[in-house]
Design a binder for this molecule. Structure first.
Ligand SMILES: *Cc1c(COP(=O)(O)O)cnc(C)c1O
Length: 409
């Protein structure tokens, strides 16, 4: 919890830490990060747009800056400067940590800024080697492969993680379900294979509604909050949920490199979290129904739908995937995911374009694969749109293919 909020709480009569201890996810989603509001006579969280914070006590402020430089703990009392921390953003961080079941969370300007900060924390400790499992989100793959931040990556399959570890390995990185194939990993087994090396699990696709990687041994849980956490396609953000020690280092890197989240984005994300469980469950039910229909459709070659469920579907068509994209009307042909409306894209052309074609195909991202992020529309309207787009794609290629494979991998 933000120390300022904790302090305000503790001054309140009747405050009881136990009263805000473990609550169900749906309850946390609407209350976490807002525990102090009612006692302050507020309902909606205030948006603090200050970039700087006045203090007549420069000795005290110096001590607080020293404390931040030592541990990265959020300064007690008001923040010093917007890059050190912001109370509105802190509310979102508190809430996300509560949902992921971690001590802390640190928000950034985007998912890639969040991943960059993790890599910089480890590099600053001389631990530049990363072990990673494909597929990852295209730009995460690129960041590691290109070594832009001085890291060196070894790609392996989950069974090879232990063997790939070196004395200078600072991180193991996985996604499950992975973008874009929805391949799943046994996170507990992967965490075990990592030994003392921190495991970073990108939980963007599952969200804490479906999976809490920290409970399975991941030390770092990454989100592109641009996706489900924001949930409405109007915020770019990233966040890392982790223990307080790592969070301190992340805050120090954020302070030094400047990838901060804007307070308005922090506000929108906190609001997004309050409907996260409802949105994810509703969209998942529709996605499961659509995945079943696609799997039974002779125009579809293969459907990937995760065992843990979710609102993402990946499928391969017999026809031309570009014609499916060109043929949708209700569904929006766009990269990104996790919005209230349904989006579809062709990973080989867009989200994973930046990955070398052979590496991409080797990771199961075929040139026929389409990735769909199912939103909150009516299932029959979505199916009618998909059906028309599939028909168009089928018409563009001669002949009918084999019946679809069953749902799964
Ligand atoms: C989009 C995405 C990212 C990158 O996040 P941005 O907010 O776009 O920087 C990282 N991981 C996954 C799984 C994603 O889908």
């Amino acid at each position: 919890m933000d120390p300022a909020i904790r302090e305000a709480n503790e001054r309140m009569p009747g405050y009881d830490e136990a009263r805000i201890a473990p609550r169900a996810l749906a309850t946390e989603a609407v209350h976490a990060g807002r525990d102090d509001l009612a006692r302050q006579g507020l309902h909606a969280p205030p948006i603090d747009l200050s970039t700087t914070y006045p203090s007549y006590d420069s000795r005290g402020e110096a001590a607080r800056i020293d404390a931040f430089a030592t541990t990265g703990a959020e300064p007690d009392g008001p923040p010093v400067y917007g890059r050190l921390g912001n109370p509105t953003v802190a509310r979102f961080e508190t809430a996300l940590a509560r949902l992921e079941g971690t001590e802390a969370a640190v928000a950034f300007a985007s998912g890639m800024a969040a991943l960059s900060a993790v890599l910089l924390v480890r590099a600053s400790m001389g631990l530049r080697h990363v072990v990673a499992v494909r597929p990852l989100y295209g730009c995460s793959d690129h960041l590691l492969t290109a070594g832009l931040l001085g890291s060196e990556v070894t790609w392996t399959d989950p069974a090879g993680i232990e063997e790939a570890l070196r004395p200078d390995t600072g991180l193991v990185m996985v996604e499950s379900p992975a973008n874009p194939t929805l391949a799943e990993l046994d996170l507990r087994a992967v965490a075990h294979a990592c030994g003392s090396v921190p495991l970073l699990a990108d939980n963007t696709f599952a969200t804490p509604v479906l999976q809490r990687p920290a409970e399975q041994g991941a030390r770092l849980v990454l989100h592109s909050a641009t996706k489900y956490l924001g949930g409405h396609g109007d915020v770019m953000a990233g966040v890392v949920a982790c223990d307080e020690e790592f969070a301190g280092r992340l805050r120090q890197v954020r302070f030094a490199t400047g990838g901060v989240l804007h307070p308005l984005a922090g506000y929108l994300l906190l609001r997004g979290l309050s409907t996260l469980p409802v949105r994810v469950r509703a969209a998942s039910a529709t996605a499961a129904e659509l995945a079943g229909r696609l799997a039974a459709d002779p125009r579809v070659a293969r459907v990937h739908y995760p065992r843990i469920g979710g609102a993402m579907i990946a499928f391969e068509v017999h026809g031309d995937p570009h014609e499916v994209i060109a043929g949708v009307d209700l569904i929006t042909p766009a990269v990104s995911l996790g919005s209230v409306d349904t989006l579809i894209q062709h990973p080989a052309s867009i989200s994973h374009r930046i990955v070398d074609a052979d590496d991409r195909r080797g990771a199961g991202v075929s040139d026929r694969l389409l990735r769909m992020s199912v939103g909150l529309e009516d299932v029959e309207d979505l199916w009618a749109d998909l059906d028309a787009a599939l028909e168009r794609a089928q018409g563009a290629t001669a002949g009918r293919g084999a019946p679809a494979a069953a749902v799964g991998h």
